[in-house]
Design a binder for this molecule. Structure first.
Ligand SMILES: [Ca+2]
Length: 391
């Protein structure tokens, strides 16, 4: 995260090694929250965190701005990823490199200190162990040439910038569409002031803060940036909260919906029933087979993202009235079938391929209203199969 670069000092050549004097003495270390900081910032190529953002302006009659930001991890090396945001803090696309080193999570970003001259800034986002009150410095620099001459003496004034972080503690964070989650709050302070060349005095100190909440196993679940908005002293607060997380093998929140296609390349028809297995679902849906007088059904296996693993179509009159039930790792389809009215059970494996030579007849009782879509309903308890129908 490099939100504070907007502050932009511009002359590394004139850098003074003396610190700014803007960083306070750290408080005594408090409770240890995590021995290993990396659990709070998982690096996972392909994972995507989607945030809802809002920017509110204080002291100004201005309508809040809503935006969204999707952050993706792209593989970079064994111990690092490129973290690419579509719109962090509503500022357009941006990316940083995240690297785990020595128990600390580093955020590296190239910064153009002078036109055409780039410097990589290494910011420690989190370090181990994670303790309340832990304070660490990202930057403590004085730029002798700030590019501005505030006191009009013909010489450009110096700018001191201090960036440091403090672990605030653990908090329960309420999120939209996502259960409340415990997260560690870390506050970043960005403090700056000018030193005037005419008399060596300092201007008022200006402070921006950014709070980040890190949830174990998930990463950043909330960000809040509070920064000066303009020279009149107004402030802008930007808040980003996690809407969903696609962690590839796990996740939280609901992902965007997307159409699912059957074996014929058509959108899945009316879903009649569905069952779940350990890592996928099997969906029975109606399908119109042009060559047949009646509808058939498609049995489509979907992974947790709605990707089709397999899809098979069966011509049958089942579509109007059937039940699908998972039992012993199989999918059992229970449906009336003629010509003699009977309720039969057809077995499939979890991908929807037929198993067993022939269907099992459950009853030959005359069924009522099978042509009007009255539902056959089935459930299991242990090894017992329950079926209900209208006789
Ligand atoms: Ca000056």
């Amino acid at each position: 995260m490099r939100w504070w670069w907007w502050w932009g000092a511009s002359d590394a050549d004139g850098e003074n090694p003396a610190p700014t004097g803007l960083i306070p003495v750290a408080a005594a270390p408090g409770t240890m929250l995590y021995t290993d900081a990396s659990v709070l910032r998982p690096l996972r190529a392909g994972a995507v965190w989607t945030y809802r953002g809002v920017q509110v302006y204080s002291g100004q009659a201005r309508v809040p701005v809503e935006y969204s930001n999707a952050v993706r991890h792209v593989a970079a090396a064994a111990d690092r990823v490129s973290e690419e945001g579509t719109n962090p803090f509503n500022g357009g696309p941006d990316s940083v490199t995240l690297a785990l080193s020595g128990g600390a999570m580093h955020s590296l970003a190239a910064f153009e200190t002078l036109p055409g001259r780039f410097e990589t800034i290494d910011e420690i986002e989190l370090r181990s162990p994670v303790r309340v009150n832990d304070q660490y410095t990202v930057m403590d620099r004085v730029f002798e040439d700030s590019g501005l001459d505030l006191d009009d003496d013909g010489r450009r004034d110096a700018l001191g910038i201090a960036v440091y972080k403090m672990v605030i503690g653990q908090e329960a964070v309420a999120l939209p569409h996502v259960p409340t989650i415990d997260a560690v709050r870390v506050r970043t302070y960005m403090v700056a002031r000018y030193r005037l060349t005419s008399n060596g005095t300092y201007t008022d100190t200006v402070t921006a803060t950014m709070d980040a909440w890190y949830a174990p196993g998930v990463g950043v679940v909330k960000l809040e940036l509070d920064e000066p908005y303009d020279s009149l002293g107004f402030r802008m607060k930007s808040t980003e909260t996690l809407v969903n997380w696609n962690g590839i093998t796990e996740g939280i929140g609901a992902l965007d919906s997307k159409p699912v296609f059957n074996a014929q390349g058509e959108r899945l028809g009316r879903v009649v029933d569905a069952v779940s297995f350990k890592d996928h679902a099997l969906v029975a849906s109606q399908v119109r087979l042009e060559s047949l007088p009646a509808d058939g059904i498609a049995l489509t296996a979907l992974d947790g993202f709605g990707n089709v693993l397999s899809s098979q179509t069966y011509p049958s009159p089942w579509a109007m009235d059937l039940a699908l039930v998972a039992m012993n790792g199989q999918a059992n389809l229970i449906a009336p079938q003629g010509p003699t009215p009977a309720l039969k059970m057809f077995s499939f494996d979890s991908s929807g391929a037929p198993t067993g030579a022939s269907p099992v007849t459950l009853t030959t009782t005359q069924l009522a209203n099978t042509t009007t879509g009255e539902r056959v309903v089935a459930a299991t308890s242990g090894s017992v199969l329950w079926v209900s129908w209208i006789a």
